[in-house]
Design a protein around this ligand. Sequence first.
Ligand code: FAD
Length: 392
Amino acid sequence: ARPSIVVIGGGFGGATVARALGLAGMAVTLVERDPTFLACPFSNAVLVGMRSLEQQRFGYDALRKAGITVAIDTATACDPSARRVTLAAGQTLSYDRLILSPGIDLHFAGLPGYSEQAAETLPHAWKAGAQTALLARQLAAMDDGDTVLMSVPANPYRCPPGPYERASLIAWYLKTRKPRSKLIVLDAKDTFSKQRLFMEAWSTLYPNQIEWIGQSKGGAVTSVEAGDRTLVTDFGRHKGSVVNVIPPQRAGRIAEAAGAADRSGWCPVDPVTFESRRQPGIHVIGDAGIMGAMPKSAFSAHAQAKACALAVAALVRGEAPPPVKLINTCYSLVAPEYGISVAGVYRPANGLLADVEGAGGTSPLGAPAGQRALEARYAESWFSTITSDVYG
Ligand code: FAD
């Protein structure tokens, strides 16, 4: 019989690995909660009316056509010793290998005062969908002169440059539509991804729109008072008309239910096979994993999925998994015609994925407008290439 593989999560990691293992001749069942997928990359552009949410939506028909069984249901439990997954509707699925790519869950308990209910007033918009639409509506409805607040968590979290791309695009929106308004970014860190490039752009494009407050200046938000639209720090209180709270995060809940997450809330894995260090026979890819230097991005999840598929195909044949190097590139839009990027190359070292020295880098500081415009176009082509590779 063909080896049977169950994949949980039909996002960038899960849909990619399901497709690759289907191509390798395995019997693959993909379990995904939602009938269609809403992609986070470019969802910051949705917030400010540059794109529609529908442009973020992708379906599973191409996977079905490729012979993948797609089960639209939530995986609720996993029994690693019996190698069995239980779905909310009651069905059970047996597997030879299980691959988890559940993305993140918001760790509400990590930020006092914030909760699923509070997110209905102070959206996180860190999972694309209703939350993205809510924050977009709030930005559109606020008066010129009102203040927008954003709270950014400590590392690790999904998409390291994502909050700063969001800050940039909100600033662009304020500058063009609500010029008397301002965005205050309260950050639990003093340094962040592509910081010099973002800061360079902010000081030239948005000197009156963005105030960024790092951890040492009192940026770390310690609690939230949702009813009052207030963020509390050790240095004082900030009240906003629109408040975007990006809370701490951890691996999607099923990772913990499967016993693959450790006390940090994330999943330790072998960097060659992505097999869980806690549960043999279970692999974890994408945001849910502890991947060393490799950031939590759609690009990374997709690259890890392909490497994991190669490893699983070798393991089920009783062969050694091939050595791989992985690449990540993260584009960020600072304005509609202004893109910047960071790229890295990673290899397994000391049990984690480590930077390959001298490879990768960022867009140059002080580049001419033409180069920034070109990078904005590269960002769009990256998105259409990855989404057609995964869902097309
Ligand atoms: P996801 O893509 O989130 O997929 C997880 C899937 O699992 C979901 O569909 C979920 O419904 C499903 N699921 C979870 N639990 C269960 C369960 N128990 N049963 C069934 N289904 C389940 N990355 C980039 O590379 N470039 C960018 O420009 C970029 N921009 C971003 C901007 C923002 C604002 C944000 C928030 C993120 C951005 N990212 C970007 C990051 C990117 O979205 C994630 O890193 C990527 O989606 C991770 O892939 P994943 O497969 O781990 O998780």
